[in-house]
Design a binder for this molecule. Structure first.
Ligand code: HEC
Length: 143
């Protein structure tokens, strides 16, 4: 009886503690807090990405493969990191993961700009934490 009570008490304590622990873990994770509409890539980076895409990707598919409605449907609500991670782990199809990180990030800046997300002053950062901070949102209407 005594020990069953103790088990129950321990179980109850777990119920109380778990939400607090979860909340703590949550706040440590990187949360998207930068808008994709705030000018996350600049003209120079987009130009580098266009050239990089032509050299490393263009022999197999044009950028139509990932623009417009299909892009939005696949990526809305996910982070730029997830897009980066997919491309880096699968492309170029005949040599995945073999480009420098900066080249992948530049190509992603080009793809995003091609989809109509605006340029600004900053460059899209070549680091995972930075890419996790930006969520892909609805493609803006063409001006
Ligand atoms: C050797 C040919 C080849 C090269 C080079 C290549 N791709 Fe691909 N890519 C493919 C094929 C084939 C598919 C479709 C099949 C698939 O998803 O694996 C594809 C699909 C994709 C997709 C869609 C993936 C999905 O799951 O929706 C993206 C995005 C992409 N490629 C980006 C790139 C980028 C960026 C580069 C340059 C860094 C690149 N590809 C270079 C052959 C290639």
């Amino acid at each position: 009886m005594q020990s069953r009570f103790r088990t129950l008490a321990a179980f109850a304590a777990c119920l109380l503690i778990t939400p607090a622990v979860l909340a703590q873990g949550d706040s440590a994770a990187v949360k998207p807090d930068r808008s994709i509409m705030s000018g996350i890539m600049n003209a120079e980076q987009v130009a580098r990405g266009r050239a990089g895409h032509r050299t490393n990707c263009g022999s197999c598919h044009g950028a139509e493969a990932y623009s417009g409605q299909a892009f939005e449907q696949a990526w809305k609500g996910r982070t730029i990191f997830e897009l980066y991670d997919l491309i880096k782990s699968t492309m170029p199809n005949d040599n995945p993961g073999q480009l420098p990180v900066q080249d992948y990030v530049d190509i992603i800046a080009y793809i995003l700009n091609l989809n109509g997300y605006p340029q600004g002053e900053a460059e899209l950062p070549p680091d995972e934490e930075g890419l996790k901070k930006i969520k892909i949102d609805t493609i803006p209407p063409r001006a």
